[in-house]
Write a protein that binds this ligand. Structure first.
Ligand code: PXG
Ligand code: PLP
Length: 439
């Protein structure tokens, strides 16, 4: 029970947070609009990370706010199993129209993690439906992040997210990650070296036999691990090997989807079309939780056999295609279209790249990576305290009116796509000063 307007911090077990440290010196936002947050002590903070890579159109956009309010009035909830509502179909059509050609079936979830589980299950069930039920292996990649559910952490490659949780899914193997600091340090955009790392898939095919492999899942740009941009030619090569062996290629576009790299999807930016795309975050501008899985027509069609009265895919969530999420999604896509936001990252890319790469030469900066409106500034780790230097930079930025994100000792930037050049300058100035201040 709370009696004041300052609730106790006790009960809330915070996700991916150093809870004890946080509760000694809490940081809270109470309001947001456009490019900014406001803290509980009234300070304005520039949002350098679109919330958590999701608020691509900026905060509290009127069209989206109104759509959610109106939908809550009109119909709060509709069951998604054996029932539907018009906005679910409308949003699926709109999402399919943005997706690469051919990926025209859309399954709704409530998060990136759920999109990943859904995509992996579709891949397995697809092969089984075609009489290739022996294709059960799933291939991920070192340093990959695919959410926090059991399938996602199994194919994922972040040690901390896996090590405490037992043997995970069986039959999973991993490609090597694509980070090659020695050859690619301070690359602007896609690094030159490393396409041959895709040949790891050939090695895994030789080891396991390709007929046992169902799917490969990778982030086109690895975000959570500290912004790893794919080497030139790497995704093309992965596509070729998958096609050659009948393996489905899944792009996890939870971060890269909805304009982050200068096109609706990174698949379009890199000119490589996967068989399945997972998305979330930017789909609703972060306003209402929602994810989506975009699937090739013939993968969907493989499920559509047997008696028509039978359920074809035993999968779905209570909140799949939630009316509030669909309303938010439609208004979000309208806002993106009205303001040209899904290609704005391409217009700003050169300016943004110049900004982040100007931090080369600042103390401790050992690499800078960028693509579209994503930047990663990697700092040398302090001896015996990995992650602490970047965290101190995060705290310094926050104290000086800028929200950034850190993973390990990489500072990640992914501002809302409405950002102005002067605000890019402000990010670089505040971040640069923080890096120079922090020991
Ligand atoms: N796949 C990818 C590629 C992601 O980036 C997920 C799946 C999971 O989405 P949900 O909605 O279940 O969180 C993500 C999420 C970070 C950070 O610090 C990134 C994510 C989430 C939280 C923090 O970079 N990405
Ligand atoms: N657990 C129980 C006991 C349930 O009844 C349900 C859904 O009906 C779930 C978990 C799954 O919840 P959701 O559909 O929101 O993922």
């Amino acid at each position: 029970m709370t009696t004041t307007n300052k609730p106790s911090l006790d009960a809330y077990w915070m996700p991916f947070t150093a809870n004890r440290q946080f509760k000694k010196a809490p940081r809270q936002f109470v309001r947001a609009s456009g490019m900014h947050y406001w803290t509980d002590d009234g300070r304005q903070v520039l949002d350098g990370v679109a919330g958590l890579w999701c608020v691509n159109a900026g905060h509290a956009r009127p069209k989206i706010v109104q759509a959610i309010a109106a939908q809550a009035q009109e119909m709060d909830y509709a069951p998604p199993f054996q029932m539907a509502h018009p906005k679910a179909f409308e949003l699926a059509e709109r999402v399919a129209a943005l997706a690469p050609a051919g990926l025209n079936k859309v399954f709704f979830t409530n998060s990136g993690s759920e999109s990943v589980e859904t995509a992996l299950k579709i891949a397995l069930a697809y092969h089984r439906a075609r009489g290739e039920g022996q294709r059960t292996r799933l291939i991920g990649r070192e340093r990959g992040y695919h959410g926090v559910n059991f399938g996602g952490i199994s194919v994922g490659g972040l040690v901390a997210n896996r090590k405490a949780f037992g043997p995970l899914l069986g039959g999973v193997d991993h490609l090597r990650h694509t980070h090659d600091a020695a050859r690619n340090v301070f690359s602007v955009g896609q690094p030159l070296h490393g396409a041959e790392l895709a040949d790891d898939l050939e090695r895994l095919c030789a080891l396991h036999d390709p007929s046992t492999i169902a799917a490969v899942i990778v982030e086109p740009v690895a975000g959570s691990t500290g912004v790893l941009v794919p080497p030139q030619g790497y995704l093309q090569r992965l596509r070729e090997i998958c096609t050659k062996h009948g393996i489905l290629l899944i792009f996890d576009e939870v971060i890269t989807g909805f304009g982050r790299t200068g096109n609706p999807f990174a698949a379009q930016t890199f000119g490589v079309t996967p068989d399945i795309i997972t998305a979330a975050k930017g789909l609703t501008n972060g306003c209402v939780p929602m994810g989506a899985v975009m699937v090739r027509q013939d993968i969907h069609d493989a499920f559509m056999q047997g008696p028509e009265h039978l359920i074809e895919f035993f999968h779905g969530y209570t909140y799949s295609a939630h009316p509030l999420a669909c309303a938010a999604g439609l208004a979000t896509l309208d806002t993106y279209a009205d303001e040209g936001l899904l290609t704005r990252a391409a217009e700003l890319e050169a300016y943004f790249a110049q900004g982040v790469h100007s931090l080369k030469g600042a103390p401790h900066v050992i690499d800078v990576r960028n693509i579209g409106l994503v930047g990663g500034i990697e700092l040398a780790s302090r001896e015996g305290a990995p992650g602490l230097r970047a965290f101190d930079v995060f705290l310094d930025c926050f104290a000086n009116g800028l929200l950034v994100r850190t993973t390990g000792d990489t500072v990640a930037l992914s501002p809302p796509l409405i950002i102005e050049r002067s605000q890019i300058d402000q990010i670089i100035e505040t971040l640069g000063a923080a890096i120079r201040r922090v020991a």
